[in-house]
Design a protein around this ligand. Structure first.
Ligand code: ATP
Ligand code: MG
Ligand code: MG
Ligand code: MG
Length: 368
């Protein structure tokens, strides 16, 4: 029996275009012998729309232009469907038209409302199966403050950090600055809930702190300030798995910055071609690789992640493994780190997509 996959993509976020490109790539690579796709797009203004399969497959980069969803499409809604599935329909006046049932949702959204547990909560209420982490793991993974507390409570190693709310910065300025200064400079100031390095500043001196705090507060009233881990390798693992089975961990990948002291910021991720090199896989001695992969698997489990996640680590010059973060909806174009690491580990893009959908289909719906 063919499985109907609702591909949820776009979104009212800065990653809208990347998400559209990813959705095109996934719908072209998906195993057409087993799956039909239905496009469920979210426009830049946040409206839900239906995108037929052929239009979905046509979403791709053209020249330098990334694809976007047009606002001219009619608004659609999701409705409860048959057991474990849902239904999408387009609103026409006071009627619903163009009704399509589907069996499982595959969201390819990043950031707020995509990987932070909110859309996962909507799927739970609809009784709809979906690829990836549930509500709590998504929300805790998105929030670096909650993430770090979970990891440290689980005995997983991370760098020293403090959390600073906007209220603390306003009303307890001196104490906040003291807590931060104890970490020592340089340090990293980050919005608690972010991604793609947006809002993050590396702060080298005390007199640059205020500006970095005000900048990060534009993205989130809650900030995480971390000691800088210097001279470390930046290593990433792709992890698959979940209920009942031990997480599967890929070979390691590495991010190498061209310039000493630079970090993997937004430009290096998406704009400049030569700020950073991605090594997929990277060389690592067997013992260190096993220790690091074990930290990645334990991070996945400690966060309660399901389906997929990319775990980002630092490995210091003296061989200490520290967790930087988990990303429950990692970049998923065929050239992104997550699929590339699996390809290098023997799982091609099409098989990876099948694996994730099969995991989602096995998962019970309702209370769990
Ligand atoms: P992603 O796009 O991977 O979700 P993000 O926005 O969640 O990224 P981080 O991964 O926390 O941001 O940080 C971005 C980059 O900044 C890292 O890849 C690393 O290069 C650098 N960095 C972050 N924290 C530290 C630290 N404590 N010490 C040294 N470098 C750091
Ligand atoms: Mg992140
Ligand atoms: Mg992210
Ligand atoms: Mg990161």
């Amino acid at each position: 029996q063919r499985i109907r996959v609702g591909i949820v993509f776009g979104g009212a976020s800065s990653e809208h275009d990347v998400s559209c490109m990813t959705a095109g790539g996934v719908s072209r690579a998906i195993d057409a012998d087993r799956f039909d796709v239905i496009g469920i797009g979210i426009t830049p203004s946040g409206r839900w729309v239906q995108v037929p399969a052929d239009e979905l497959r046509a979403l791709r980069k053209q020249g330098d232009e990334l694809p976007r969803l047009s606002e001219s499409r009619a608004t659609a809604v999701l409705l409860p469907g048959e057991a474990g599935g849902a239904r999408v329909a387009t609103i026409e006046g006071d009627r619903l038209v163009d009704l399509h049932d589907f069996d499982v949702a595959f969201t390819l959204l990043h950031g707020p409302f995509g990987e932070d547990g909110t859309i996962q909560g909507m799927f739970e209420l609809l009784g709809l199966r979906y690829v990836g982490s549930g509500v709590a793991a998504s929300a805790n993974g998105m929030d670096k403050d909650l993430m770090k507390r979970h990891l440290s409570a689980s005995g997983l190693p991370g760098c020293r950090f403090v959390t600073v709310t906007d209220r603390q910065w306003r009303q307890q300025r001196e104490q906040s600055i003291d807590r931060i200064a104890k970490l020592g400079y340089p340090l990293f100031v980050k919005p608690a809930r972010g991604g793609s390095s947006v809002g993050i500043t590396k702060v080298d001196r005390a007199d640059e702190l205020e500006q970095a705090v005000l900048f990060a507060q534009k993205f989130d009233p809650k900030l995480v300030v971390e000691e800088a881990v210097l001279g470390a390798r930046e290593i990433e693992f792709a992890v698959l798995g979940g209920r009942g089975a031990a997480p599967r961990v890929s070979l390691p990948g590495e991010i190498v910055m061209r310039e000493a002291g630079a970090f993997y910021d937004f430009d290096a991720k998406y704009v400049s071609d030569d700020d950073a090199a991605l090594l997929v896989p990277t060389e690592m001695d067997d013992d260190l690789r096993r220790r690091a992969a074990d930290v990645a698997a334990r991070t996945f489990e400690a966060m309660g992640a399901e389906g997929l996640a990319r775990v980002d680590l630092f490995i210091t010059a003296d061989g200490h493994v520290l967790v930087n973060e988990i990303n429950t909806m990692p970049g998923f174009t065929h050239i992104s780190m997550f699929p590339s690491l699996w390809a290098a580990s023997g799982l091609d893009y099409t098989t990876l997509i099948t694996d994730l959908i099969d995991q989602a289909l096995e998962r019970p719906v309702g209370l769990r």
